[in-house]
Design a protein around this ligand. Sequence first.
Ligand code: MN
Length: 750
Amino acid sequence: MSKDNFTTAEEDKMIEEAFADVLNGYINSNHRKKVEIIDRAFKFAKEAHKGVRRRSGEPYIIHPIAVARIASQEIGLGSTSICAALLHDVVEDTDYTVEDIEQHLGKKIAQIVEGLTKISGGIFGPRASSQAENFRKLLLTMSEDIRVVLIKMADRLHNMRTLGSMAPNKQYKIAGETLYIYAPLAHRLGLYAIKTELEDLAFKYEHLEAYNKISSQIAASEQSREQAFEHFSAPIRAKLDEMGLKYTMKARVKSVYSIWNKMETKHIPFEEVYDLYAVRIIFECDDPTVEKSICWQIYGAINDLYKFHPDRTRNWIGNPKANGYQALHLTAMGPDGNWVEVQIRSQQMDEIAEKGFAAHWKYKIGEGDEESELNVWLRTIKDILDNPEPNAIDFLDTLKLNLFASEIVVFTPKGELVTLPNNATVLDLAFALHSQIGCQCIAGKVNHRLVPLSERLKSGDQVEVLTSKSQTPKPEWAEFLVTARAKTHLRKALSRLQQPDINKGKKLFEEFLAANEITDSNQIITKLQGQFKVNNREELYLQLGREEIVLDDAVAKMLKRQSGKDPNSSMLRKIFRIPFKDRNKDANEPAEEVDPIKLINTKEVYSLHYDESGSNFKFADCCTPIPGDNVLGFIDDDGQVVVHSIDCPRALALKASFGSRLLSTRWEMTAGQFLARVLIEGIDRFGILQEIIRTISTNMSLNIRRLNINANDEVFKCELNVLVDDSKVVNDLCSQIKRINGVQRAVRLR
Ligand code: MN
């Protein structure tokens, strides 16, 4: 944001028009007409953000206006929310306070703005340690007023729509959070249209190529899809017309993201996604008492025409989903032999499906006043969130729930919440509060009962940490610490205590190398680690300094023997460009402060070791990325950069939880080879395996590292590890293998 005191006349006009659009939308809704207070909120916000611009260059006020527009027109909220949306960034970004807002616009609006400020500054800010915890707090905040969350959702949607003007490393973080937290929450709240848009936008920023490819495939298949739809729908139309219904019937193409998801999880190409579209029948009906029976009449009419899939009828009119969704779904076999999903809804049901509960009360005009009606549905949403039914399929998926189950929340005596992993001890908490508190911790009081440092904590415990100035950190503490943060701090503290010995050892080591004319390198250290069973360079120095290790001629001989071979010629070697980050700096520092083009010059070539000998990055073993894959770097608790593939589920979780520790990385060039896993399936026939192997080893000259074959009657399944230069080679390999007669599928596994 930059300060610029002038907005042009053109911009003023744009601002006024944008606001007029918000007002008109509101006036045309069924809310009571409280135009005056909205106007006052707008003037307040405009004044507060005066002279400030967004990164994109437009006046800042455009953003709150857009958020108010979404809150009103896309979520269906009323005047209080529109005012709060207009003011949502005022306390956070300007000198005005919550009290100022209360004075001008009343208590309710001020409270909501305060709630929004809380989840934006304190929890969603750059210093946020973990989004998982934020999510919980977000839910807690909701208990005060659900509108806080709905407006936050509108804020996020607008930020996603304008994500292009953000810094690239922020884009990753925001897109990751959106997929991980906001889209599932939107789903939970029944805001399907918003959920779908959030997913598609996040997906677009993370996988632009895949997004564009699928979009163009959707466009290319339009004609054949329309033909199929015409074939399928014409007889249905005839029936519905006969019944005298007023309706619309259209083919709804799945979102790009959900198509991609299907392709990924089922390992199938675009052409094999059979349910590319669903047919939606929306009928008009003024009488709510008969709309369900009309649904069933339509169902019956279609059943006269087509065969139904026996397991795929979903009756959400008899049992609406927890979020209010109502519709009757069926899957019919169309004339061309493909299954087609049909969704039958009344207009009112459709509106609820798109807008969630906001649509509910729109239909109840003139019954009681606006606020009480509003409160009814706000309370309904709150009920849903308070009672997450464990077996409801539409609740946040298990992955996300597990994330919370693996954590506990404890209270400090001042009532602050601290989130810790399961099994965390009193000492973990002490280190979580401050490294100094950790180092001087002597015991704890859990629920007023005195306990040792190693006591495991439970969710809800109130914990007081007792310290003493005379306490010093002990090596054996490491045995019961759980958090990486505490372990790192302990290691640092211990090494500080050991510094004199380490210095002495370092000096001895350097003298030894000089005397024997050996050059210092990580490979030398690796050798010595093996020899003396120490974990790293520091430990080696320490033991040398304490004279627990002695470097003699035999050691020198061994090292010289090794140095003939260049350890850099290792198979696993990679050239990378990674934004440099000072490893001693707190890893929680926002990554945007890092100069993204600063390179570690002369050391651009990193050889990758999977040990602690000092390389400052490594590949994640969950997704084992190879050159050509989109990758990102993540700074782990030890300050090491771990390189993940962008689609890796683990990376997705990290993005959402520790967005500020991300680094964008790219492959600079390749050297060496990498293991890729390939799955091949097909119909077994004599000689097919030889053909596959010939294709791999002879035609493509690739090295197979492991081969696992499973033949079952006619079908065979083969998993192999093969050494490749980059992802292009794997793709090439898969398409060559697919050409072999009998092979049904050849895909790279992650
Ligand atoms: Mn905002």
